[in-house]
Write a protein that binds this ligand. Structure first.
Ligand SMILES: NC(=O)c1ccc[n+]([C@@H]2O[C@H](COP(=O)([O-])OP(=O)(O)OC[C@H]3O[C@@H](n4cnc5c(N)ncnc54)[C@H](OP(=O)(O)O)[C@@H]3O)[C@@H](O)[C@H]2O)c1
Length: 251
């Protein structure tokens, strides 16, 4: 299917590896231009060299408002308007209530919620200049069902969904589509770090996934590219699980 993304410019944050990279790769395969960011220049250079000439990078930590301003200025200097924004960040650290400090909460709040607020605010004027703009927020299955020992994710990510659903009403009338995706287990460096190298832990988790395996970043990327594209023109305010059936709730 032609997603109609040829020549469009899309900003994909936290994308030197993992889910963000999967999205950038899927977009580039559709002949879109991407700007990616991350905190480490070396990883970004490697990512851009894998993505090819349609990709550029900016070193930016999305938990810092100044870095987001720098990132958006780069995009603005490159193109008159922005066609899409994929909002992603590193995951907040694991932990249970009893061992999280105020500092942990404050940092996770900036990383997970304020990054989405700042990216949205700074990008909106550029998005509104294009024909079919779209924002896609990447959250987690934790917004449907808490994951043990990931209290910060469980508590703060639902705020991103609340913002997305409110924005659907506020900026939908101006032609900006907003949606969110909720990954279950997509095998990336972060998942590897969370579950460790013990094969039996991975197998135990996969037994609980109806499709019998974790997802791949390219599968995640393809779905996100579709949602960001004009082909998904009537999908707005939606929250889509990409989890191989792991979440068993009816709603
Ligand atoms: N993989 C899954 O199954 C899964 C499921 C649910 C939710 N999630 C969430 O999805 C997000 C991405 O996960 P992942 O599995 O792709 O992780 P990953 O493999 O560790 O990749 C994280 C990417 O984000 C960048 N990054 C981290 N912190 C950043 C920051 N503050 N500012 C800008 N870039 C930053 C990293 O580059 P640098 O380190 O160089 O900055 C890297 O490119 C996380 O929030 C994670 O919790 C993942």
């Amino acid at each position: 299917m032609n997603l109609g993304l040829k020549g469009k410019t899309i900003l994909v944050t936290a994308a030197s590896r993992g889910l963000g990279f999967g999205v950038a790769e899927a977009l580039v395969q559709e002949d879109a231009n991407v700007v990616i960011c991350g905190r480490t220049e070396e990883s970004l250079k490697a990512a851009v060299s894998n993505l090819g000439k349609r990709a550029e990078y900016v070193v930016a930590d999305v938990s810092r408002q100044d870095d987001i301003k720098t990132l958006i200025s780069f995009v603005e200097n490159k193109t008159p308007g922005l066609d899409g924004l994929f909002v992603n960040a590193g995951g907040p650290p694991p932990g249970a209530f009893s061992n999280l400090s105020d500092k942990d909460w404050e940092e996770a709040f900036k990383l997970t919620l304020m990054s989405a607020v700042w990216l949205t605010r700074e990008s909106l004027p550029l998005l509104k200049k294009t024909e079919a703009p779209s924002i896609l927020y990447s959250t987690s299955i934790s917004v449907k069902e808490p994951i043990s020992n990931l209290l910060l994710s469980n508590a703060i990510r639902p705020g991103v969904i609340g913002m997305m659903r409110s924005l659907a009403n506020e900026i939908g009338p101006e032609g900006v589509r907003v949606n969110a995706v909720c990954p279950g287990y997509i095998y990336t460096a972060r998942v590897e770090q969370l579950i460790g190298s013990d094969k039996s832990v991975r197998e135990g988790l996969e037994t609980n996934i109806p499709l019998g395996r974790m997802g791949r970043p390219d599968e995640f990327g393809a779905t996100c590219a579709f949602l960001l594209s004009p082909v998904a023109s009537y999908i707005h305010g939606a929250l889509l699980l990409i989890d191989g059936g792991l979440y068993r709730g009816m709603m």
